[in-house]
Design a protein around this ligand. Sequence first.
Ligand code: ZN
Length: 363
Amino acid sequence: MELKCDFQVHHPLGGASYVFEHDLINYILRKVKKDKIVISIGAQPNSSPHFGTLCVFSLAFSLASLIKSKSCKEVEVLFEVVDTAPSKTITVNGIKYQMDLKESNKMSESMNDFEEILEYYSKKNNIKYSIRNQNEFNGQEEIKNILSNIVNHEDDVKFLLDPDNGRLRMRCSCLECGLVDKEGINTVIKDNIIESFCPNHGEYKVDYMIESNRVEYNTPLRNLVRAIMYGIINDSSSYDYEIIRITGGDYAGFYQEELLYKASSILGYEANKLPMIVYCPQILDWSGAKLSKSLYVKEGAYQYLPKYVINYSYLRDKFGINGLDVIIDETKLWLNEPYRLFRNYSVYYFIKLFEERYNNGIK
Ligand SMILES: [Zn+2]
């Protein structure tokens, strides 16, 4: 089969693209009460950022810049570094332990790329940014009560957050060697205490009412805790800013409805007070699946595509850092004409944009 294409781009309206066809910014501005807005993005810095991440980050800066130009608000971007993601996994006695990224060299290498991109987007959009790791996020005072509330409702939310096993995936790494009981097999949460086991150093305990900064989660639980924390900040006069999140479109829909909004409701947090999440269009392969960095790395997928649509290091090799301008222009366009925002784009759409900018002849 030969894939055919007429290069005509259509934007059929439906759902949010119908409702927000011409304007999203004024809708956002009507909802935000405070004078300062923080736009939050997150990623696991385990390699050079993949193409989808470049789009998410650019969309955050484009949104910040557009809000700033249409209001008197101060707007910044916050990069929440998910340094508690695994850098490697080992199995001891049939139990999986992970070593966090924060303990590995892999993270410092890829953070150079992340910082280079943030710096570039920041300058191009005249928007400041800051970087925060999980330790700082979880060290916030309010986290303690959020965790306590979740633990008290464990039976009500555990199958929402971990449908296969019904385990509350709240865990802490061993202070001695950094290993974490990834699936919580030997982790017991009782009142305020998280009891865990290290294959090298034996049992250890963490009281999250004292050391909440040491707590780590699986992705659904982290998503829930983060949303609740942002909601509390947005609703509190003790904080002079409100947070809006930007994340990839693969999290939109069923995932958030079931794992975030229903879980929050069970815990007694109003959905209306959770932060707004703007989803970035996904970049899809020929079959309509999102481009996956790990499939490329582990299984050699996408050999038929130019490498620069895989990750930032290839893009920089090909075009220099200015190659990011193609993405910046596109994410600005999505926000200026938001009927373009509430949909996904094929990787070929982006290849065409790069070819138009750089006069064809790209392999
Ligand atoms: Zn240990």
